[in-house]
Design a protein. Structure first.
Ligand code: RIB
Length: 297
């Protein structure tokens, strides 16, 4: 079984700041670093580093060719990435504060220029049982999900960054929801206002009975739930310097673990360890550990 991550590739401009810039404020940053990023690229790198046979599909401009090298260095097959001549690569302006938290301004660029023909040309190389991993940073998600479902692929959705477009997707086709509490409560809408943790995971399962849910809860860890079992996973404490891509690392290592035949409990544990390493390093993709560092065999 192989995994296709059809998702964003970004150039991340990361500024170190004392605090996030406020309305009307002009703030100086003494440090700018440029990293490879994008939730799609990050998750592909995490999947490959977790040991999965990983293919990335998406679009970049000519200015983003170095992102292909980063993916290839991590062992990701990039043959399905389209390089567009007239559109620039997506980018993110990231503020990283003293606590290691971040806030992100995204420009979609080539990530929003995905076509249905491109999706068809990529998906014809995948079949029943292969995994498809999606986030919410490219266009044509509904089309990609419909076609992947027809092919019998297992669909993993990380609905991040959350917006109103997610509700318009064929969410009944999702096999694995990878989300945080805010995303879960927004998918569920009004009736779960105020619900947290396990109740939100239950709410998703009540609505999408055939799926599995992995809900991340920050310092409270994460929970896996499907119709048969519930598994809770604490976080591994770490010195946080930058949380960028920690969630992507978790997603990639969890799904990578499942693809390698780990049990759900083992995959949750490995994902949690990998994310705890990612937060101790700056940047998105460069912060993602490999299998050896995570200490998994
Ligand atoms: O999840 C982190 C990613 O979000 C960053 O790499 C940035 O590009 C944005 O897509």
């Amino acid at each position: 079984m192989k995994v296709l991550c059809f998702g964003s590739l970004n150039i991340d401009y990361t500024y170190k700041v004392d605090h996030f810039v406020k309305k009307g404020e002009t703030l100086s940053s003494g440090s700018l670093q440029v990293f490879s990023g994008g939730k799609g690229l990050n998750q592909s790198i995490a999947l490959a580093r977790a040991g999965a046979e990983t293919y990335h599909a998406g679009s970049i401009g000519e200015d983003g060719r170095f992102l292909l090298e980063q993916l290839q260095d991590a062992g990701v097959d990039t043959r399905y990435v389209t390089v567009l001549e007239t559109v620039r690569t997506g980018n993110a302006i990231i503020q990283n504060d003293k606590e290691g938290d971040n806030c992100i301004l995204l420009y979609g660029g080539a990530n929003q220029a995905v076509t249905t023909d491109q999706a068809d040309a990529v998906l014809e190389h995948f079949r029943k049982g292969d995994f498809l991993v999606l986030q919410n940073e490219i266009n044509e998600l509904a089309y990609i999900m419909e076609r992947a479902h027809e092919r019998g692929m297992k669909i993993v959705l990380n609905p991040s960054p959350m917006d109103e477009k997610i509700q318009g997707l064929p969410l009944g086709y999702v096999d694995y929801f990878m989300l945080n509490e805010i995303e879960a409560s927004q998918i569920l809408g009004q009736e779960t206002r105020g619900a947290e943790g396990v109740d939100l995971a239950k709410g998703i399962l009540d609505r999408f009975a055939d799926s599995a849910v992995v809900l991340t809860m920050g310092e409270h860890g994460s929970v896996y739930m499907d119709s048969r079992e519930t598994i809770t996973q604490p976080v591994y404490p770490a010195e946080t310097v930058d949380t960028t891509a920690a969630g992507d690392t978790f997603t990639g290592f969890f799904i990578g673990g499942i693809l390698r035949g780990l049990t759900i409990r083992q995959a949750m544990d490995m994902a949690s360890k990998a994310a705890s390493i990612a937060v101790t390093r700056r940047g998105a993709a460069p912060s993602i550990p490999d299998l050896q560092e995570v200490g998994a065999s």
